[in-house]
Write a protein that binds this ligand. Structure first.
Ligand code: AMP
Length: 132
């Protein structure tokens, strides 16, 4: 059975799309640590990020960097941080998190619940700023 993230990448499950190409997909985390918290995934379904081939991992990282640059143009932040957990969803993904301070990266922090129109606006702005 397809993972929830495969269904998101195929459009079967809705998401706030931030960037996409044939191989990778980026979308807003539904329970963000901060505004602009984005997930980047390969469309290919692999559970563990570091099981991707070297080439695929390299391409994913470059795609994620392009997404991070777009996020930084849209969300006021010092830098965009990157994290890998994968403890909840068994489909490889990179978290991109706009940081004002180290505390913004704490996954034990309470998650934000943003209105749908704000999530849509953030995703639209990131997509408009995204340059492959
Ligand atoms: P982890 O697997 O520990 O890296 O965490 C998975 C992340 O995916 C969490 O931050 C969730 O909030 C996020 N997440 C789970 N389901 C969805 C979804 N349908 N849309 C967007 N983000 C999701």
């Amino acid at each position: 059975m397809a993972s929830i993230f495969s269904k998101i990448a195929s459009g079967e499950i809705p998401s706030y799309c931030c960037a996409a190409d044939d191989e990778f997909y980026a979308f807003l985390d539904i329970n963000p640590l901060v505004k602009g918290h984005t997930l980047v995934i390969p469309r290919r379904e692999v559970d563990y990020l570091f099981d991707l081939s070297d080439d695929e991992l390299a391409r994913l990282q470059v795609f994620a960097a392009h997404v991070a640059r777009a996020i930084r143009q849209v969300i006021p932040c010092v830098k965009v941080g990157q994290a890998v957990l994968g403890l909840e969803v068994p489909h490889a993904h990179i978290h991109l998190i706009p940081l004002q301070s180290e505390r913004d990266m704490l996954f034990s922090n309470p998650k934000l619940q943003l209105p749908a129109d704000e999530m849509q606006r953030i995703a639209d702005d990131i997509r408009a700023a995204f340059r492959p």
